[in-house]
Design a protein around this ligand. Structure first.
Ligand code: SF4
Ligand code: SF4
Length: 374
């Protein structure tokens, strides 16, 4: 006997999803927007998007018999998150690694559905992991509307949404699109520190701090570093300025009062930016397990820490930055030089670093720092 849509919703709520909608499994007209975005190279180094574009556009090419998507969302709004003493962390990454808890919830729902008679293996679950355009599925099913920031905004829960989905062989009745638009608001476009929202609904990832501090490997573009400010991992500016953010039920819920998966990770109160600059492999592999911040890699986290320290301009960070000029990782050496150039470009150790540097990119970084003496 087919399962009733109301039971599917009930089970999804039981599994921890506040928003549950049914819609098509393919991205529909959002697919062309995605192709145009790829065509313009706005995905930067995220080649997995280019590599998987056929699968993304046509889920039935890899999931035979797919009929519908159960689109799911969890609100994660909350107070600003940062490391001890400064270094902002995007709210979605501040708690337990969302890849884990969201996947646990999606898979729990799949198991509950199978217990209710949905054929085993007929649902594919994902949470930022299967090749689908999650935002497109969320918009098409009515989780929210596509905002000018390119985020999905729920009229009832706001923009801080973790999205998940189950692609199913079930014929579920599709929900209506969400009611709401950005109207005449342009707050996110105006406030974006790097001008990454190049047009309404369109973000150039190459300029977006959420990309440059997380997905980008290697050296950050020098012209974007100052705008990064004290952001250590990701960026929430376009969400913070959004008038819909007040809709988030958790927006003012702090610390232990938050749901377990969304409580700030212990790392945040223990580590400073200076500590991260000195993060070694052993501690990265022990203490940083279970946080989404590992996505940036150890080198990326240390790079981000150097940039944030340079922007904070605190002279007490100088000993750590000077030590980082000797680091084995050229990315760390180069960004440490940049930060020193911001705090104390006349420091003699910059000259010594230039004299011994053999890596051409790092040498250019040091020369740029030295040039800021003038
Ligand atoms: S995350 Fe930050 S940098 Fe990226 S579009 Fe939003 S405001 Fe701009
Ligand atoms: S800040 Fe304004 S324009 Fe941007 S997403 Fe929110 S409502 Fe839309």
């Amino acid at each position: 006997m087919p399962i009733s849509p109301s039971l599917v919703r009930e089970l999804a709520h039981d599994c921890g999803f506040q928003l549950v909608r049914f819609g098509p499994a393919d991205p529909g007209p959002h697919g062309q927007r995605f192709l145009d975005w790829l065509e313009q190279g706005r995905h930067g180094e995220m080649s997995y998007l280019e590599d998987n574009k056929e699968r993304i556009l046509a889920p039935d090419s890899w999931r035979k018999g797919v009929q519908s998507a159960i689109a799911l969302a969890v609100d994660y709004g909350g107070p600003k998150a940062e490391l001890r003493g400064g270094g902002q962390v995007a709210r979605y990454a501040a708690g337990r690694d969302y890849h884990r808890w969201l996947k646990d919830r999606v898979f729990a729902l799949r198991k509950r559905l199978e217990r209710e008679g949905v054929p085993y293996g007929s649902c594919n679950g994902g949470a930022d992991a299967v090749p689908v355009l999650e935002r497109a599925l969320a918009v098409r099913s009515g989780i929210g509307f596509l905002a000018k920031s390119a985020m999905v905004i729920s009229p009832t829960h706001g923009p801080y949404l973790q999205l998940g989905e189950l692609l199913t062989g079930m014929e579920l009745p599709f929900d209506e699109p969400a009611i709401g638009t950005c109207g005449t608001c342009t707050a996110c476009i105006d406030a974006c520190p790097t001008g990454a929202i190049v047009a309404p609904h369109e973000v150039d990832a190459r300029r977006c701090i959420s990309y440059t501090t997380i997905e980008l490997r290697g050296f950050a573009a020098p012209e974007l570093r100052e705008a990064q400010g004290d952001r250590f991992f990701g960026c929430d500016v376009c969400l913070e300025v959004c008038p819909f953010q007040k809709k988030s039920p958790l927006i003012d819920v702090h610390g232990e009062d938050r749901p377990k998966d969304l409580r700030p990770h212990a790392l945040l109160s223990q580590w400073t930016l200076v500590d991260v600059l000195d993060l070694d492999e052993a501690r990265y592999e022990s203490e940083w397990v279970g946080t989404a911040m590992r996505r940036a890699t150890r080198s990326g986290l240390r790079r981000n820490a150097a940039v944030a320290l340079g922007n904070l301009g605190d002279p007490s960070a100088m000993p750590a930055l000077l030590a980082a000029l000797h680091d084995v990782d050229p990315v760390v050496r180069g960004h440490a030089a940049w930060a020193i150039g911001r705090i104390d470009p006349r420091h003699p150790q910059l000259d010594a670093a230039r004299a011994r540097e053999t890596d051409a990119i790092v040498a250019t970084e040091i020369e740029r720092a030295l040039a800021s003496r003038r």
